[in-house]
Ligand binder design. Structure first.
Ligand code: ATP
Ligand code: MG
Ligand code: FE
Length: 341
C-alpha cells in the first residue's frame, strides 16, 4: 500500500511516498529557514509563498524518487493542523487536487500525531504507550491507550520548549532556529547558573518554560549592564540542564501514573542530545519495563514521512476527509475528528 503524504504546516514543504506505513520510499524536504532567518522567526506570508513555489516540484521529486505512479497510490495523506493557516492551506489544496484528479481517498492527519509516528520508523508501537512531544509550538505528554487514540495528560502552560530554545538562543546571538546550536554549546559548558525548574515539585503533569526563559534573559541583561561578560557555554549548559530536569521529572511522573509499554520521544526538540540521554538514564533507573523509542534524528523536524506513517494508520481506521476539508490552525488531539470546524 502506497501513501503520498504532504506536510506544510510551518516552514518546511515536504512530500513523501510511504509503503505500508513503515517504509520510506522518498521524503523530500524543502526548508525555508534561510528566508526567515533575517526576521528572527517564521514570517507567515513568506512561508505561504515558499510552499506554493515548492510543492509541485517536491511532489514530482517524491514520486520519481520512489518510482511510484499516481495509479499505484492507495491514498493521499495531509497535515490539516495545527500550524499556520496560510501554510497548511497550500498542502491541503495540493493533496485535494491530486486525490480528486486520481480518485483517491483524502486522509486527514494531525501534525502532532505525525511527530509521534516519526518514531514508528525505529520500531513497532505497542500499547498502552506514552509520547513526550517537544517541538517549536508544543510541549505535551500524550497517552495512547490504543492505536489511533490520543489523550493529552500534560502540557505547557506558557511557552513550548523549542520556542524557549529559540528565544534564549537569540539573546546568545544565535540565528533562528537556535536549538541545535544551544545544544552544541551546552556540551562545552557547566550548569553554573542553576536556573529555576518551574513546577517540577508540583503534583501535576504540566510544564512551564516562560520563567526559565525570563530568568535566563534577565541574567544576561543584568550582566550586560554591569559590563560583565558571561560564559556562553555555561549559559547554554545551565539552560539545557533545567530543561532536561523538567522534562525528565515530569515524564517519570507520568509513567508512575500511567503504566505503559513504550515511551516515544518526538518533535523537533527530540533531536536534543541532553533530552535523549536523560530519558535513557531515567527509564533505566525508574521504569526499566518501559521501552524507549527515540524518533530518528533526521525525522525529528517537520517532514512528510512522519505524516505518511500516521496517515497510513488513519487510512486503516477509515478516516476520510471530504473536498471541503479546511486547515485547522489550532487543531488539538481533543478535536482530531472535528474535521471541518
Ligand atoms: P509544532 O510541531 O509544535 O507545530 P514546529 O513544527 O515549528 O512546531 P518542529 O519543526 O517540530 O516545530 O521543531 C522545531 C524546533 O526544534 C525549533 O524550536 C528548534 O530550535 C528545535 N530544535 C531543533 N533541534 C534542537 C536541539 N538539538 N535541541 C533543542 N531544540 C532543537
Ligand atoms: Mg520547522
Ligand atoms: Fe512540527
Amino acid at each position: 500500500t502506497y501513501i503520498l503524504a504532504f506536510e506544510s504546516s510551518c516552514d518546511e514543504t515536504s512530500v513523501a511516498v510511504i509503503e505500508n506505513g513503515t517504509k520510506i520510499l522518498s521524503n523530500i524536504v524543502a526548508t525555508q529557514i534561510a528566508s526567515h532567518q533575517r526576521f528572527g522567526g517564521v514570517v507567515p506570508e513568506v512561508a505561504s509563498r515558499h510552499h506554493i513555489e515548492q510543492i509541485t516540484k517536491c511532489t514530482r521529486e517524491a514520486l520519481t524518487e520512489a518510482g511510484v505512479t499516481y495509479e499505484q497510490l492507495a491514498g493521499v495523506a495531509v497535515t490539516y493542523g495545527p500550524g499556520l493557516v496560510g501554510s497548511l492551506l497550500i498542502g491541503v489544496t495540493a493533496a485535494k487536487i491530486i486525490a480528486w484528479a486520481h480518485h483517491l481517498p483524502l486522509i486527514p492527519v494531525n501534525h502532532m500525531a505525525g511527530h509521534i509516528y516519526a518514531a514508528r520508523y525505529v520500531g513497532e508501537f505497542t500499547y498502552p504507550m506514552m509520547a513526550l512531544l517537544v517541538s517549536g509550538g508544543h510541549t505535551e505528554l500524550v497517552y495512547m491507550k490504543a492505536e489511533h487514540e490520543y489523550e493529552i495528560i500534560g502540557e505547557t502552560r506558557d511557552d513550548a520548549v523549542g520556542e524557549a530554545y529559540d528565544k534564549i538562543g537569540r539573546v546568545l546571538g544565535i540565528n533562528y532556529p537556535a536549538g541545535k546550536t544551544v545544544d552544541e554549546w551546552a556540551h562545552q559548558g557547566q550548569d553554573t547558573f542553576k536556573f529555576p525548574r518551574a513546577m517540577v515539585q508540583e503534583d501535576n503533569l504540566d510544564f512551564s518554560f516562560s520563567g526559565l526563559k525570563s530568568a535566563f534573559i534577565n541574567t544576561v541583561h543584568n550582566a550586560h549592564q554591569r559590563g560583565q561578560a558571561l560564559n556562553k557555554n555555561d549559559l547554554a549548559a545551565s539552560f539545557q540542564a533545567a530543561v532536561v530536569d523538567i522534562l525528565g521529572e515530569k515524564t517519570m511522573r507520568a509513567l508512575d501514573q500511567y503504566p505503559v509499554k513504550q515511551l516515544v520521544l518526538a518533535g523537533g526538540v527530540a533531536a536534543n542530545s541532553g533530552v535523549r540521554s536523560r530519558l535513557e538514564k531515567d527509564l533505566a533507573k525508574f521504569h526499566p519495563e518501559v521501552k524507549l523509542l527515540l524518533a530518528p534524528l533526521k525525522l525529528c523536524g517537520d517532514n512528510a514521512a512522519m505524516i505518511g506513517a500516521a496517515g497510513y494508520v488513519n487510512y486503516q481506521h477509515g478516516d476520510r476527509a471530504g473536498w471541503d476539508l479546511n486547515a485547522v490552525p489550532g487543531l488539538s488531539f481533543d478535536r482530531t475528528t472535528d474535521l471541518n470546524q
